[in-house]
Design a protein around this ligand. Structure first.
Ligand code: ANZ
Length: 828
């Protein structure tokens, strides 16, 4: 036996595919059904490809190759998600321009992906940093702007002066930045917001159509993130001023149990509700809580708050209700105020206990009494609520809501957890936001001399008068900046590029927006640009949208379950509403590959020194071995540790397969015995079905079983079996597949050769007659395959009349099944 010369073979076939444009799809071939197979495009980091990348890419490549062979017109593109913070930091560290490092990193990634033999149409390659791509990202931003979906707003953000940027809530712990422990302050900052909340309902509803096509966990995460909550808004009029406090509640049935109302510290009515005597206390409380993040506020057990001195009137009972301020109520959720029902809400209960506020019990369990040591939060029967007494929780929710509607003190309301998307970054390496503003320079400043523009000028920018860049003037490119590091100016580092920022037009002076877009922007629509990467007139043509969308299979990491996938769906739905696409959702089927851990079972990382470099594996064992090993490790979705010691097993399988094919080519054996025929057809069936369900590890093991059988035939390997084996292995190990195909005398590529066809009748094993017993007594016979599983045997037995009769009215307690021998059903 010779060993398979993988290095030479892999180089040869990669060159062949490239020269022959094997995987180019310049136009849609409408004689075939389409498959759009998409990978989550990589972020080209300085570290190069990681073994985690080829896992998802191999899975999608298998599907792309399989679908080509099953007669589909396949679109399989790749590109680069190349803006973003890490690229900028890498550039800072290495003292080079981000544009330069990005280009270099892309070249490395491209070489690495090419070395793995993926069947991409490289003519469609794009990078989100390409001027030509930025142009259309900015164009989409302008469409959002025109639709009122991109707006400026003063947002309270977590500003970290030391890092020179805004941080997300998740990045702030106890008022310090997660990275570096720098102080973080809450600061109102002018930011661009995308009004994703206007699409909350649509984004939620769309998930329903993706059931069964997206991982259930991802659908749930998106649903929770959107956080649709159905309830009621209730109006409490203030006692001594002409204002009213609106609260949002999911439990209007508990309205008669309200003993106080709590406002979030940032609620606009806090100061007007506060009496002069309480002013000092309230002011200092509000100030103290202003630095806490929302997460911090909701997760801390210890409730804090102060009394405003003011009262509101209960809309149904007319009672006086005291108004408190407490930071367990968030300003940004619902109405920023709650009606507190300590008897039935745990947070209110804790608060009421601490401050000695009244507790009223208005719901009791269906049977029995509630214990008064804790809030009773379950549904039950209403009590102590006048006319509502005796109603169930659900009935009472409806009754209270209609009562409030009738007296115009509230009504049904839906609230979402989803927040508008803060779309501004104070960073260099992102798409400039294509907006500018008029500037009223102070009289003593001559703006045509840049040096005279000082900080004072910044205050004369009319941010309230945004002007969109003309579409004809797009793209708006980033200026060259020698020093692009963030500074302590919340306007961002682009504010320092004065000659870019300030410009004169028709005798008037303007200032550009200096915030850039977040990294998410480019990945919101790249799947559209792949359809039409060269288009100079439009982002993408409607015809190509019709031809190729939606994406049939999207493969990528579960870490994108919420943000990327939600943001992309949002942009997609906006483009749908504007008529640019006729498909309501972008990604029809979604699969997350499981993470590949280090051999030690820990996440691979430089600091743990457990990173496997795919270049090493490709060099030592070949691309096909890497691809096949990663697919053989376990189910695609499972998290699994890399085991270097197991790669040689895959290499030996390739060698055996190569030798078996050579034997067939040499002996030209035409005959195929019965056993081989059955095994071949069973394998063809299994591999086809397993690929369809993306169960690649089991498909590979079926190929191993077939190969081992063929090895046992010595020189007499049937040609038909060898050909089928070459075709079947090719999606997994495409270089090996092509090489075997040519060894068997074929010219050209097998990439478009029809997939193997099995005959169902040859897939069935020998059948036998087997006795069936009920409670040990023989009740008939079934005809089933000799190796039928218990389920098959039992379902055949259920068709036997006497067995049915015996089982009538009884429960099956136990099943004793000895394949090929006996089935005994124990029932009572
Ligand atoms: C009275 C009540 C009685 C409540 C009861 C619950 C149980 P979800 O399901 O998450 O939407 N709430 C409303 N706005 C809030 C805010 N800005 N910050 C903190 N809490 C807020 O939760 C809705 C419930 O959370 C609302 O219903 C309100 O408390 C509280 F027995 O109102 B409930």
């Amino acid at each position: 036996a010779t060993s398979y010369p993988f290095a030479q073979v892999e180089t040869k076939w990669q060159a062949y595919w490239e020269e022959n444009n094997t995987f180019k799809t310049p136009v849609r071939d409408t004689s075939k059904p389409k498959k759009y197979v998409l990978d989550m495009f990589p972020y080209p980091s300085g570290a190069g490809l990681h073994v985690g990348h080829p896992e998802g890419y191999t899975a999608s490549d298998i599907m792309a190759r399989y679908w080509r062979m099953t007669g589909h017109d396949v679109l399989h593109p790749i590109g680069w998600d190349s803006f973003g913070l890490p690229a900028e930091q890498y550039a800072v560290q290495t003292g080079t321009q981000p544009g330069v490092t990005t280009k270099k990193n892309i070249a490395t990634f491209k070489r690495q992906l090419k070395s793995l033999g993926f069947s991409y149409d490289w003519d469609r390659e794009l990078a989100t940093t390409d001027t030509n791509y930025v142009k259309w990202t900015q164009w989409i931003f302008l469409q959002l702007y025109k639709e009122g979906l991109a707006e400026q707003s003063e947002v309270s953000v977590n500003w970290c002066p030391a890092l020179g940027t805004v941080l997300s809530n998740e990045e702030v712990i106890n008022g310090l930045s997660e990275r570096g422990d720098h102080p973080v302050t809450r600061l109102p900052l002018r930011q661009w917001l995308l009004r994703i909340t206007k699409y909350a309902d649509r984004l939620e509803a769309g998930l329903g159509d993706l059931q069964g096509q997206w991982p259930a966990g991802t659908l749930t995460s998106q649903q929770q993130w959107i956080g649709k909550s159905t309830g009621c808004e209730i109006v409490f009029d203030a006692e001594s001023i002409d204002e009213s406090v609106k609260v949002f509640t999911t439990r209007p049935d508990t309205v008669m149990g309200v003993t106080y109302v709590t406002l979030a510290p940032e609620h606009p009515l806090v100061s007007s509700m506060t009496t002069p005597e309480q002013k000092e206390t309230v002011d200092s409380y509000v100030k103290k809580t202003s630095s806490r993040s929302d997460m911090d506020r909701t997760s801390s057990k210890e409730k804090t708050g102060v009394f405003t001195g003011g009262y509101v009137t209960h809309p149904l009972s007319g009672d006086r209700v005291p108004v408190w301020v407490g930071d367990y109520v968030l300003g940004s959720y619902g109405t920023g105020a709650v009606m507190a029902v300590p008897g039935h809400d745990t947070r209110d209960f804790e608060f009421a206990q601490k401050f000695d506020l009244g507790i009223k019990w208005v719901v009791k369990p269906k049977d029995g009494e509630s214990d008064e040591e804790v809030a009773f939060t379950e549904p039950g029967v209403v009590m102590n609520s006048g006319d509502f007494d005796g109603l169930s929780t659900d009935e009472c929710k409806k009754a209270v809501t209609s009562k409030l509607e009738e007296i115009k003190k509230g009504g049904a309301q839906i609230t979402y957890k989803l927040r508008d998307w803060v779309f501004s970054r104070q960073r260099y390496w992102g798409e400039p936001i294509p907006i500018f503003f008029p500037v009223d320079f102070p009289e003593d400043v001559d703006p045509s001399s840049q040096d005279l523009i000082n900080e004072e000028c910044e205050h004369t920018i009319r941010y309230d008068q945004p002007i969109p860049v003309e579409e004809a003037d797009l793209p708006l490119e980033l200026p060259y900046m020698k020093n692009f590091e963030p500074g302590d100016d919340p306007a961002g580092c682009l504010a320092r590029a004065k000659d870019w920022r300030y410009f004169e037009k028709d005798g008037k002076w303007f200032a550009r927006e200096t915030n850039t877009m977040p990294q998410w922007a480019g990945s919101c629509w790249y799947y559209f640009r792949f359809l039409d990467p060269e288009n100079k007139e439009e982002a993408f043509s409607k015809q190509l949208d019709k031809d190729w969308m939606p994406v049939d299979l999207y493969v990528g990491g579960a870490e994108h379950a919420v943000l990327h996938l939600l943001y992309a769906r949002f942009w997609h739905q906006v483009l749908y509403d504007l008529g640019y696409t006729e498909h309501p959702e972008p990604f029809q089927n979604l699969v997350h590959q499981g993470m590949i851990l280090g051999t030690d079972g820990e996440k691979m990382s430089k600091s743990r020194n457990n990173v496997v470099n795919p270049d090493d594996v490709v060099g030592e064992q070949g691309a096909d071995a890497l691809r096949m090993y990663e697919m053989f490790m376990g189910p695609l979705e499972a998290v699994k540790p890399w085991q270097t010691a197991q790669v040689p097993g895959v290499v030996r399988f390739q060698n055996r397969l190569y030798n078996v094919v050579n034997a067939a080519a040499k002996s030209k054996t035409e005959d195929m015995d019965e056993e081989t025929t059955r095994l071949l057809h069973k394998t063809m069936k299994k591999v086809s079905e397993d690929i369809e369900s993306m169960s690649f590890n089991t498909a590979i093991s079926a190929l191993m079983v077939l190969t081992n059988h063929l090895v046992s035939l010595g020189d007499k390997v049937p040609l038909e079996a060898a050909e089928s084996l070459a075709l079947m292995v090719s999606p997994f190990a495409p270089h090996l597949g092509e090489e075997c195909w040519s060894i068997l005398g074929h010219t050209g590529t097998l990439a478009y050769h029809p997939w193997v066809k099995f005959e169902e009748k040859l897939c069935v094993d020998d059948v036998i007659n087997m006795g069936v017993q009920v409670n040990g007594k023989s009740r008939g016979q079934v005809t089933i395959p000799a190796d039928a599983d218990e389920e098959t045997a039992l379902s055949a037995a259920m068709d036997v009349g006497p067995v049915q009769q015996q089982l009538e009215g009884k429960d099956i307690k136990k099943i004793i099944y000895v394949p090929g021998r006996i089935l005994n059903i124990i029932a009572k």
